[in-house]
Design a protein. Sequence first.
Length: 213
Amino acid sequence: MRFGSNRAHLGLRATLEADPERLAEGADYVLHAILDFIVDGYLPIMDQLESVAHAMEEAAIDVFPEQQTIRRIFRLRRQLRRFERIVGPMEEVCERLAETEVALIDPTARIWFRDVLDHVRRAMARMRGLKETLAAIVETASLLEQHRQGEMTRQLAAWAGLLAVPTAIAGIYGMNFDFMPELKWHYGYFVVLGVILTVCGGLYWRFRRIGWL
């Protein structure tokens, strides 16, 4: 997805030309209007970025993100880095105009540039918050995947333990020795079978109780 603004400057020019009294205040008024127009264009971009990031964050809470979603996260992080490279110099320019004496800027006009600087800094703060959100999504997804793999490992270990009991007993009785416990007894088969079921049932109950099954 490409984020950006398609706004044209024709409306700004018409607004400036429609107010000759303000236009007569000089180049600093025009500069403020241009900077304010550019900075106002950051807001819809940030809104769109935040909407996408929050949707990803909500989805990551429920299930592990798919590879397509992870690729979107990294693309979005690249978009934020590009946006930071654009907004960073704008913050420096507005800070200089608002707080430094410049020959061509009327000192009374600094308050206009302070307002623009405030908007730029808010955009930067939102951008940093989005970067932290994306980092948290990746971290949360990693934790969820580790938890899911841990659950699968515990389930496999539990079933392996359950299968080990009858396998071991059957393996012992399959050695064809003449002297085996209860080998010649009429009810030996049922006793061994009962032992297997009892042990497996106890293990199953135990695994269920500790959450492995």
